[in-house]
Design a protein around this ligand. Structure first.
Ligand SMILES: C[S@@+](CC[C@H](N)C(=O)[O-])C[C@H]1O[C@@H](n2cnc3c(N)ncnc32)[C@H](O)[C@@H]1O
Length: 273
């Protein structure tokens, strides 16, 4: 079968996905070990029997609801490829807002930064690679997630410290930056039963107290672990901006502001001590 024909059949089989064409290209890319531009250059190339069978199997699994990132084993974030497993959250484009906030707010000086709840390491490793002078620590409560972050650090050549722990509990600091994309979805939110999130760890997504429990713990712990002038930056839900701003202000943070994500929704709130 030709590449363009295989892609067309796959796209037609993936109508339940919001991105059928992209899904088909990413899955064929995994089968052929090529990136998507190859398909536009060589639409008439033939798949051999093994390639066709593997592609059809992956399309079938995608049609049954498995996330593309679990089928390809990777996701791009801030221009780099991160290994993803069922133990980690699949990094989201909106989380790039968090990385941008840190890069734009803090000058390029030797800083001590910690990424809490690092998952694949998407946030902390992006910072470590963009700012080689920073000393970056990555933490997660999940040993399995931390193992993925370690593999990604090695593959990307990032020099970081990895620690397992419950938020800032075992970390003395002081840090110039505490950054986190913690679980913030209300456990009763019906979106948890839809699409890719059904396949992601619940412990990476949901938090008690209408999604605010972990945001509250981190904010309360952060103050005394920050150096003078140090920043706290938190990702949160689109409807949690004013609550998180108030939370930071109540804990004495200054210049508290919220940044929008790619869709213009409140996504990241930051402030400094
Ligand atoms: C929303 S995911 C974020 C993953 C990654 N930072 C990203 O943006 O793609 C939240 C992460 O927090 C971790 N986590 C949950 N509870 C935690 C806790 N009490 N202490 C540390 N990490 C925790 C989860 O294992 C998960 O990896």
């Amino acid at each position: 079968m030709r590449i363009d024909e295989a892609l067309r059949l796959a796209r037609d089989a993936l109508t339940a996905s919001p991105t059928p064409r992209l899904d088909a290209e990413l899955l064929l890319g995994r089968v052929l070990g090529r990136d998507r531009s190859y398909f536009y250059t060589w639409p008439e190339k033939q798949l051999d029997g093994d390639q066709q069978r593997l592609f059809e199997l992956l399309v079938k699994r995608r049609a049954a609801g498995e996330p593309v990132a679990h089928l390809t084993g990777e996701r791009e974030f801030f221009g780099r490829r991160f290994v993803v497993t069922a133990a980690t959250l699949i990094p989201r484009p909106d989380t790039e807002t968090l990385v941008e906030a840190a890069l734009e707010t803090l000058p390029d000086m030797p800083f001590r930064a910690v990424d809490l709840g690092t998952g694949t390491g998407a946030v902390g490793l992006s910072l470590a690679l963009e700012r080689p002078a920073w000393r970056v620590t990555l933490t997660d409560a999940s040993a399995a997630a931390l193992a993925v972050a370690r593999d990604n650090a090695e593959a990307l050549g990032a020099n970081v410290t990895l620690l397992r722990g419950d938020w800032l509990e075992a970390l003395a600091g002081p840090f110039d930056l505490i950054i986190s994309n913690p679980p913030y979805v209300d456990p009763d939110d019906h979106h948890l039963e839809q699409g890719d999130v059904r396949h992601e760890p619940r412990s990476a997504l949901a938090a008690h107290d209408r999604g605010l429990a972990d945001l509250r713990v981190i904010t309360a712990q952060a103050r005394e672990r920050l150096a003078d002038g140090g920043w706290l930056m938190l990702e949160h839900g689109h409807d949690q901006g004013s609550l998180v701003r108030r939370l930071l202000a109540d804990h004495g943070f200054q210049d508290v502001t919220t940044r929008g994500d790619l869709g213009g929704n409140d996504r990241v709130t930051l402030g400094h001590v």
